[in-house]
Design a protein around this ligand. Sequence first.
Ligand SMILES: C[S@@+](CC[C@H](N)C(=O)[O-])C[C@H]1O[C@@H](n2cnc3c(N)ncnc32)[C@H](O)[C@@H]1O
Length: 920
Amino acid sequence: DSKPDLICHSSNPKECYPRVFQPTDEFQIVHDDQELPKGLHVRLNIWTGKKEAKFNVPGEGDPALEGLPVDQAIVVVEPQQPDAPRVPKGAPEYEPVGKVKEPSQHESESFSSIMKALGSGVKPDNHVFDEALEALEELSHDIYYGLKIAEDMDVVKALFCLMADQKAPGSEGFTPRDQQAASILASALQNNPPALEQVAKVWPKLVDHKCPGNDKILRETLYSSFIPASNVDPAGAKLSASRVKAKVSTINGLIKGGSIRSEFLNNGGMEGLLKILVPEEKEWAGAQRKVGQLVLDNFLDEDMGAELEQWPKVPKLSDERNKAMLVFDCGAVIAVARSTKICLLHVNLNAPPTTSISTISNTTSPTSLLSSPAMSPPSPPPQTPPTLQIRAHATKGRALHATQRFAPGATIHAFTHPTLLLPSLTHLALVCSYCLRPGDPRACSRCRAAYYCDAACQGAAWRAVHARECKALRQRRLGGRPGAELPTPVRALLQALLVSEVGGVLHGLEGHARRRRADGGAVWRDLEMMGMAGCAFAGRPAGEDEVRSAVELLCKIQTNAFHRYDADLGQVGIFLEPTLAMANHSCVPNAMVQFVGRTAVLRAERPIDAGEEIKISYTDYTYPLSKRKEALSPYCFECSCPRCKDNLNVYEVCAASRGITPPGLGLEPASPKAQDHPAVADPTKQALAKASGESATRSTEARASPESLPERRNRLLSQYRDRRDLISGELWAVTPVPQVLTEISILYAEEGSFPFALAMACLVATKCDPYRYMAHFHPARAKNIFMIAKLLANTAEGTAALSNSVKSVASKANLVQQAQELLQGIDQVSLCQMLLITVLRSAPVGHAAEWELAVAAREILRDIGQLPGRDKELSLIESWIQDPASDQSKAFFDYAVLQQVDALASLGQAVLKVDFDASA
Ligand SMILES: C[S@@+](CC[C@H](N)C(=O)[O-])C[C@H]1O[C@@H](n2cnc3c(N)ncnc32)[C@H](O)[C@@H]1O
């Protein structure tokens, strides 16, 4: 091996490290370019963001986990797997709709002989014909053969005649011929628009045609062939129900064509179909479920392409009357909860013989016919908490409203029972699959696709979902890859397919499937691939119907799940809860969602009045307009909030808002107030904030990774240079300046220049954050304040150490002196203590004990509390804690915190000038 044994990125030999990581019993940092031997215990340190490793000690386990399928084996963090869908094994190669693939020669020959036999009109009463039909059924799934079948009028005629003939002979052991013909036609027509077009062209002639040996026209025989015969024994009922079920599938495909649908509706097709709902024997449940799905897809659910008011011819159900009962003259009753897109079919033979519509309060013991593991009935909607109400909205579907006033920061409701909560693929081995807390979780030894922090989490997860999921994840593979590598949306889909309660809740949510399908493209293709993968893992057939249902579920998951973002770890997982999912979006939200363990806390971000709509932001609202639009595009709406309507910059939004931070609590700047800020008052700066924010944000996105420190410094230098117009215009809060400054602060910390890192963090906390996030308790602000406190805790041991580390930076003599004097004049311990108390005050009420930032803050506070000789300071701090609004407290906070942080922020500006302006 010719590679050197040491890696050195600078001329300082102390900064070199071995090429191959040298493990010990203690965790040590693993550098990005180091080679990591296999078999070590690897973890991500959430505070430093660095990978660390040590020897794996197999016996080092938690006794509480003994006997459980958890092991403590080596967890090697592999480079991030792309979250891209993969084609399941055995799934057909994807062909864009309309593109027809040529078959092989062998297939082609056998196909033409079957077609010839069918087209000749001879239907011999022997098994050769049944075998031929069976072979055709297999080929008809292919888009190529589907079209070929549809193009041959004689074959189409023969198949429809067979389908309509309830007495069609058939050989023993074969599927009845009417059922087989129906299956062939269903496969040929479904999702094959050119084939459907061909059949639509000949349809009027076809239905008026008389089949051989029958004196009735096809229309009559076909539309009566669904009607279940009475007085059949259970075995007979089972057989006839399967035959009818296949025919419903054919009709479902056929009536997607507008002219065929009209003909079907005008000539009694629906009446025949509804009679399928009459039999009460359980054998009919499958066929009845298909009718329900057909009604929903074709006539009631706009998302599935339905045109309302075609059938039944009743006015569009208004939102107030979104629960309605459709009563048909066959005596069937379909209770439709449109708002939740749920269709319960309920057969009521005593209902009045009319087609009418009425609002339902409650159907008496409805028989839910949509229940199967795949299509489970919705579990009763969770009780809407008393502080919230779900109302219909004129343009947004449903909306969440407050039933009482809420002050900024107040908890509106804590959602403790998510329907879905799972880690993202990239964080699978880094967080607990049940509570999503970071740490050192252990793998489920059966599937190795779930990780838990302890036995309690593992047990709870097992009961909730993992018992059903574990087997599927263990047994199946996708393109040779195990369940542990399933992309996050597929994993969520799998839970929805395997756990009926999850599927049931999802059915009631918005998914924009129709719109997404119409938009098509790579996004839709990905969804279809993921749908297929979900079906494959759930052990379901990946037929058209199943994949379509799966894709609908995926759409609902994507529209309603929250990405659980952790400031240290990034996108740790997803969270879905149906009431919380009713919250609509605004880029000037009045509420926000904060995650603590398995709980999502909905908090007021601004004052909320009783009755007011609760709006949260689905994206980072401080981003420029084009980025927000891009992030919101999957939700299929145009945001019309004031920030979007007038393309306001962060300062303008701030200036137009009521102040919400009482004095003595946040690091709000004394001046300029937002109203007087140049980005509000000066049209040139206003325009600069918009234009430069847009272009600069785009240029920040391209990043080479992994980077060494010198590479990172160079990148940041160039990014800083690119947005000097914003910085020299004092537009500190305009994205991406805050992001670049935060990165510079981290760079200094990693270079060992803690005072400069501290100065940068103070610059962000005072010049950026208060204008970006008006609420002083916003988690992004709390996180940055915590960073300042942490840096102070690192440096507060003695100013001598500080000045040494400043000196070690470079030859910035004046700056070093300035930093030294400044830091010596600051009571760093009190400043650190007060900032940590500010962090604790930002915690969501009732959840401070578990909120990670509060836990970490309390730990440092405990250490500070043990420092001797601070009686005077402690008594002042105590008074400030008790009554932050008193004049004495305000003055103390102003002096001990605001002035010191401001001075450090000014040092930050000076550091930038010397270190970045000069080199830039
Ligand atoms: C998470 S759901 C919110 C609940 C939804 N309104 C419903 O009735 O199911 C997200 C969907 O709500 C709608 N929505 C949310 N915010 C909106 C807004 N500001 N304007 C219009 N539609 C909005 C969009 O259809 C979006 O895809």
